[in-house]
Write a protein that binds this ligand. Structure first.
Ligand SMILES: *Cc1c(COP(=O)(O)O)cnc(C)c1O
Length: 501
């Protein structure tokens, strides 16, 4: 499998190069030149496998090629086993749970990894793909991972890369844009090769800062001279997106195995969305042949994607809100670029034009025909914090399921979608984080706004109230010493990286 760029179809690199570079030099994102297909008999075979087997099979379609950049099936299997073979608290890795509603609604729980959010599914594997790729194409150079986080990526990346030989990692987080527990998870991170910096701005400032460091020729050259190269653990990196395709396939296989759906029956996925990475992986699974009908894009009050999917106009000249679902407080959804490339028939010129307009003018508009094509596959919904809390409360009291604030946005979008369309297809809501990661908000939702408890007190109260146990990695944060206190301005991020020894 070769990879090209969303902004230049003349680009052609191996999987190893795409993973190591993270982003194409002209600013485009790497995409497979041709999406591999999953046949009906392959899906049937996967139904009988465990998560490790499913991941190894699906990913083998993306990591192929011969020669020095090539991947032995054995090598990929080793990476996959190391990532999923014992690091997740649930043996199923990504279990599917029924949610009442007459067998039509399910949750795909992606928070049983070390950091209790779905980012672990990709970031337990990425460091292994990246170091294997570096051996093929980098001749022993050290990799410097730069990551912007809206809260959950940072911790998952730190946990994935800590003490991995040949790598160092710097995580930038928006100092006012993450929950107390998210911050604590990052600033207590162990490992000799890690750095954590708060940026005085929002996630978009932080992400733009990292992107401009990547594409800054003088910084790159400086690093090169020290035998180091930059790479990214953000979902702009193909090595993060590919592992996410697996759990959509896996969820389908689980529903099939348990007889919840018939052979070939199409299902919907509902995905709480920020940077558009997770839902894009669902789109790729669908394009590969997984029987998926609609993809429902769920947003919080920052409803730029809801508006885009309704009007075809992407306009980031709007107020930015901090919400109870901070990992979705995003106005520049980077991975939308890959979707536009796919639906426009690989029109790199058009994509470059739209992305240029976005950074120059803050907006772009896609043609009507393209919008119609998108609306066939995608539905969209959004809700505010009051609705999010109401959904958490109702889902708990009526259905006995304790959801986090991000997942609640998805649950609400499904309810609204069903109400508006009457579409009653089996639908799987992606459950992206443990409720204990956002214990303050979840507790106050369940008690009807009557709680002002924060941090560990909120965790204890939520456990006592619901009997749902808090995952150990969150509980044990209390005892961990704080290691990182640095703050910087968005404009000083490059300097911070240059001074890193
Ligand atoms: C990152 C994140 C999201 C958004 O995922 P994207 O891939 O950025 O769309 C949703 N929920 C949680 C808990 C997250 O950490």
């Amino acid at each position: 499998m070769r990879y090209t760029s969303t902004r230049d179809n003349n680009v052609s690199v191996s999987a190893a190069q795409a993973v190591v570079q993270g982003i194409s030099p002209e600013g485009g994102l790497y995409v497979p030149e041709k999406l591999p297909q999953l046949t009906v008999s392959e899906i049937n075979a996967l139904t009988k496998m465990d998560y490790v087997g499913r991941a190894a099979f699906v990913l083998s379609k993306f990591f192929t090629e011969e020669g020095p950049d090539g991947w032995e099936p054995e090598e990929l299997s080793r990476c996959v086993k190391a990532a999923y073979g014992g690091t997740f608290r649930d043996p199923a890795v990504a279990p599917v749970k029924a949610l009442g509603g007459g067998g039509r609604s399910y949750l795909l729980e992606l928070f049983h990894g070390p950091t209790c959010a779905f980012k672990d599914l990709a970031l337990q594997l990425l460091p292994r793909l990246l170091t294997a790729s570096a051996q093929k194409v980098l001749q022993g150079k050290e990799i410097v991972i730069l990551t912007a986080t809206s809260g959950d990526t940072g911790k998952a990346a730190l946990e994935g890369f800590k003490d991995v030989p040949g790598t160092r990692i710097i995580v930038f987080y928006p100092s006012e844009g993450v929950s107390d527990l998210q911050r604590l998870q990052m600033v207590t991170q162990e490992g000799a090769n890690v750095g954590v910096v708060g940026v005085e701005g929002n996630f978009d400032d932080t992400q733009s800062g990292v992107k401009s460091i990547f594409t800054c020729p003088s910084l790159r050259a400086e690093l090169e001279a020290r035998d180091r190269v930059f790479s990214s653990a953000n979902s702009i990196n193909w090595g993060r997106l590919a592992p996410q395709i697996v759990y959509y396939v896996s969820a389908y296989c689980d529903l099939r195995r348990e007889g919840k759906i018939a052979a070939g029956e199409k299902i919907n996925f509902v995905v709480p969305t920020g940077n558009f990475g997770n839902i894009l992986a669902a789109y790729y699974a669908r394009e590969m042949g997984l029987p998926v009908a609609r993809l429902i894009c769920a947003s919080n009050r920052n409803r730029i994607l809801t508006d885009f999917l309704a009007t075809g106009v992407y306009d980031r000249r709007r107020d930015f809100y901090t919400t109870l679902s901070p990992s979705m407080d995003i106005l520049i959804s980077s991975n939308l670029e890959r979707l536009l490339y796919a639906v426009s028939g690989c029109d790199a010129g058009a994509v470059s034009g739209w992305m240029g307009a976005l950074s120059r003018d803050g907006s772009y508009e896609i043609p009507e025909t393209l919008l119609k094509a998108l609306q066939k596959t995608f539905a969209a919904g959004s809700c505010n914090d009051t609705q999010t809390k109401g959904t958490i409360r109702q889902t708990y009291t009526r259905l006995g399921y304790l959801s986090d604030t991000h997942t609640a946005v998805g649950l609400r979008a499904l309810e609204d979608y069903r109400g508006a369309t009457g579409d009653n297809a089996v639908s799987v809501v992606v459950s992206t984080a443990s409720p204990y990661k956002f214990a303050d908000s979840v507790l106050s939702a369940i008690t009807g706004g009557g709680s002002a408890l924060r941090g560990f007190e909120a965790i204890a109260a939520l456990e006592a109230l619901t009997g749902v146990p808090c995952p150990a990695p969150l509980k044990s944060l209390r005892e961990k010493p704080i290691r990182f206190t640095e703050l910087c301005q968005p404009g000083d991020m490059a300097e911070f990286v240059a001074n890193e020894q």
